[in-house]
Ligand binder design. Structure first.
Ligand SMILES: *Cc1c(COP(=O)(O)O)cnc(C)c1O
Length: 276
């Protein structure tokens, strides 16, 4: 298995994929859009290269489905994973698309009702909920994405004014609901707690890493220092957010960042004072 590095915007290029594919490459898998920093990968170009070179192309499109237009045939996608709760569907249900002609071997033993791929009875309410949520998301996708992107860009412009704030991810080619910054010399977990007190729900990066104080591998991969990666803030927006929400955040985040930095400075000065 070969892992491809990403550039400073957090994307993999089609050229990198082309150079990595060998005669015996069975599968290429590239996430559609990054969950922490929002960067969207050149999926169609990568798909075309994989198709040309005879490698199966899978994409983890969990962040993209319901938010970005996807066309598996046009984009030469052979397999695609999606998860319902990322587009307002129920938790605990997702789907794997596999184009006709792809044969999958089972990782676990399965029953015929799941085509031998897994055991268990289908969770029909969750499946129906996922389908309804997906229809709803797709029916309103372009106007919701446009509305959310306007809020996103206001936040990015505003938070970008904070000294030593670094925007993470691709400024242009970005999920409509993703805002990700690193604030140097700020402790991300403290920032989250103080924002939470002001009614703002945010994360430092990935929900899968919540409770972990290890700097995000994604932020390190795009070249952030450990100090910067420690001060990560991710805000996720959807069409239900408002201009007033953005105003609240644009007031709370700078105030909190300045407060934490001033505490940090006086702590540093205190330490220096003692050792002198
Ligand atoms: C949320 C997420 C997952 C995991 O999906 P769950 O259904 O929550 O397990 C996988 N990949 C990406 C990119 C995600 O954002």
């Amino acid at each position: 298995m070969e892992l491809l590095p990403v550039g400073e915007l957090g994307t993999v290029t089609a050229r990198q994929v082309a150079e990595a594919i060998r005669a015996d490459t069975a599968l290429v898998t590239i996430m559609y859009a990054n969950n922490e920093i929002g960067s969207i990968m050149p999926i169609q170009e990568i798909g075309e290269i994989c198709r040309e070179r005879g490698a199966i192309f899978h994409t983890d499109a969990v962040q993209a489905v319901g938010h970005l237009p996807i066309h598996v045939q046009r984009q030469s996608i052979d397999m695609l994973s999606l998860s319902a709760h990322k587009f307002h569907g129920p938790k605990g249900i997702g789907a794997l698309y596999a184009r006709q002609g792809i044969t999958l071997s089972s990782i676990i033993e399965g029953g015929a009702q799941e085509r031998g791929k897994r055991a268990g009875t289908e969770n029909v309410p969750a499946i129906a909920g996922m389908a309804a949520a997906l229809e709803e998301a797709c029916a309103h996708m372009s106007e919701r994405a446009a509305k959310t992107a306007v809020l996103r860009d206001r936040l990015i412009d505003g938070l970008g004014q904070i000294p030593y704030a670094i925007l993470n991810g691709d400024p242009l080619n970005r999920l409509p609901g993703n805002v990700s910054f690193c604030f140097e010399s700020v402790e991300g977990e403290s920032l989250l707690l103080l924002l939470n007190d002001r009614g703002i729900c945010a994360s430092t990066g990935s929900a899968c890493a919540s409770g972990s104080l290890v700097p995000s591998h994604v932020l390190l991969a795009i070249g952030r220092t450990a100090d910067a990666a420690n001060g990560a803030l991710r805000l996720s927006l959807c069409e239900d957010n408002t201009d007033a929400d953005v105003d609240t955040i644009l007031k709370a985040v700078p105030e909190t960042v300045f407060y934490l930095r001033s505490r940090f400075m006086s702590w540093q000065n205190g330490v220096k004072g003692k050792t002198r």
